[in-house]
Design a protein around this ligand. Structure first.
Ligand code: UDP
Length: 479
């Protein structure tokens, strides 16, 4: 299916202007920002519209972004819209109320922004909106603009949600019967056990998030482009299957260019942090360690571990006898009892930080493997930098990502929980040892390097994602 965007009002002399609308969390901001950088590198003018709350947080956390009209050496403009929670960033009444308020206030303030940009001589030609914000398309179409949706989770995960949306995965399939694991088989996907489905597939514990992920498909048929932060080679069967439904284009991995094709000068990091990273501490500590000797541990920006899990993880890491660098966000700190923390540090085996420069850490020569929650950005970053994974998924898309990490892509092993849902210390220890010392580790390293090379090719000149971005850009040019 070929996208036929409406003829857009622009004249030949003016640069095409794309307004990008990310969902306001770190894992969604990063891909949108990186896509903006790629567009700029291809002669497009890009403006990133973050919420007022995120805009304020970014400025506090990262002094290099103090000029709202400039990002690093790439001229990306920053503008704001409102989600209705300008000072708190979140509704205390839960995700459902937050999303509805964001839809109402966001639609209005996005429309005001588009009008304001037009009046100030910077008319917008196209809106790229996060799939979590489908109303972005309604606003774009209200102005007769091209509307492109960007999915920041994997094609596999979204294929599952699409099937659920269509009623093809029944909610009552959620029960494994008498200990026998049920398997869900869906077109183009590997067979998935219930625990391997993305966790919002059923309203279960998270009705608000269930609504959010299904609502991504409410108007997707009307989008001019359906973009994915993935690359064709990584999810070939699923992309081909989805391409029968929509004008799908994979444009990832949206990882800074210096980690991949190195074509965008100075594009070393995302450059936007919602927390201040402990850069110097991490890099100094890593510099003192020998080649491939460190396990990096992080559960991303949102996941919360139970206290018991934190303790098991801490002992598993300690018992592995390998060095580890562990990101424990401030809000998670109290879950690691002090006595355990102290014992950990007897031999300076572990370094705990609040937030780290993850790309620099993953690319560091001392790194051996990454024990991760399998957020899709973290997964793609590890893959792009050739780092083997110990997968310890918690919720949302991580469960499915972990399945693909281990079985489809062969870039890691899963640290499996027991019946009580806790991954025990012996499991952590064994997984780390297997990757750092065992034959399995060598085989996985080979696989991950293969994917690293394919990821580089995809975003490199003439690669699958590069061509897709070129095509997107070409379709925005005046007819
Ligand atoms: N990240 C980081 N420093 C940290 C931990 C994470 O910069 O200490 C970044 C990481 O590089 C990734 C993002 O935060 O780009 C997390 O996104 P992901 O999709 O992996 O997980 P989420 O936070 O959405 O669960």
């Amino acid at each position: 299916m070929d996208p036929k965007p409406k003829k857009i009002s622009n004249n030949n002399k003016k640069m095409i202007h794309v307004l990008l609308l990310p969902y306001p969390t770190q894992g969604h901001l990063n891909p949108m920002l990186q896509f903006a950088k790629r567009l700029v590198s291809k002669g497009i003018k890009a403006t990133l519209a973050t919420t007022i709350f995120v805009h304020a947080s970014l400025h506090k956390a990262n002094p290099t972004t103090t000029n709202p009209n400039h990002h690093h050496h790439l001229s990306i403009d920053f503008e704001t819209i409102s989600d209705g929670y300008d000072t708190t960033g979140r509704s205390v009444s839960g995700i459902g109320i937050y999303l509805e308020t964001f839809r109402v206030v966001g639609s209005r303030t996005l429309a005001e922004l588009i009008r304001r940009l037009s009046e100030s001589g910077r008319p917008v030609d196209a809106v790229v909106y996060d799939s979590f914000l489908p109303w972005g398309l309604d606003v774009a179409k209200g102005f007769g603009l091209v509307g492109a949706v960007l999915f920041t989770q994997s094609c596999a995960v979204n294929a599952v949600y699409y099937h659920v949306h269509n009623g093809a995965v029944l909610v009552d399939e959620g029960d494994d019967v008498k200990g026998k694991k049920k398997v869900v088989s869906l077109p183009s996907l590997v067979p998935l056990q219930i625990s391997e489905l993305p966790s919002f597939y059923s309203p279960g514990l998270y009705p608000g998030y269930h609504y959010l992920v299904l609502n991504q498909f409410s108007n997707v048929d009307k989008a001019d482009f359906v973009l994915f932060n993935s690359f064709f080679e990584l999810e070939k069967e699923i992309v081909e299957w989805m391409a029968k439904l929509w004008p799908v284009r994979t444009i990832g991995p949206t990882v800074p260019s210096m980690c991949l094709d190195k074509r965008l000068e100075n594009d070393k990091d995302y450059g936007i942090n919602l927390w201040q990273p402990d850069n110097d501490i991490c890099i100094k500590w890593l510099n003192e360690k020998s080649f491939g000797s460190v396990v990096y541990v992080s559960f991303g920006s949102v996941a919360k571990l139970e206290s018991e899990q934190m303790v098991e993880l801490a002992w598993g890491l300690k018992n592995s006898k390998h060095y580890f660098l562990w990101v424990v966000r401030e809000s998670e700190k109290t879950k690691l009892p002090l006595e355990d923390t102290l014992k950990l540090d007897e031999k300076k085996q572990g370094l705990l930080v609040n937030w780290c420069p993850q790309l620099e850490v993953l690319g560091h020569k001392s790194l051996g493997c990454f024990l991760t929650h399998c957020g899709f950005n973290s997964t793609l970053e590890a893959l792009s930098l050739g780092v083997p994974l110990v997968a310890m998924p918690q919720w949302t898309d991580q469960t499915t990502n972990a399945k693909y990490v281990e079985e489809a892509w062969g870039v890691g092993i899963r640290a499996r929980p027991g019946e009580d849902g806790i991954v025990r210390r012996e499991v952590v220890e064994n997984c780390v040892k297997e990757l750092m010392e065992g034959e399995k580790g060598t085989e996985i390293k080979k696989n991950v390097n293969k994917w690293r090379d394919l990821a580089r090719e995809a975003v490199g000149h003439g690669g699958s994602s590069d061509k897709n971005i070129d095509e997107f850009v070409a379709k925005l040019a005046p007819l």
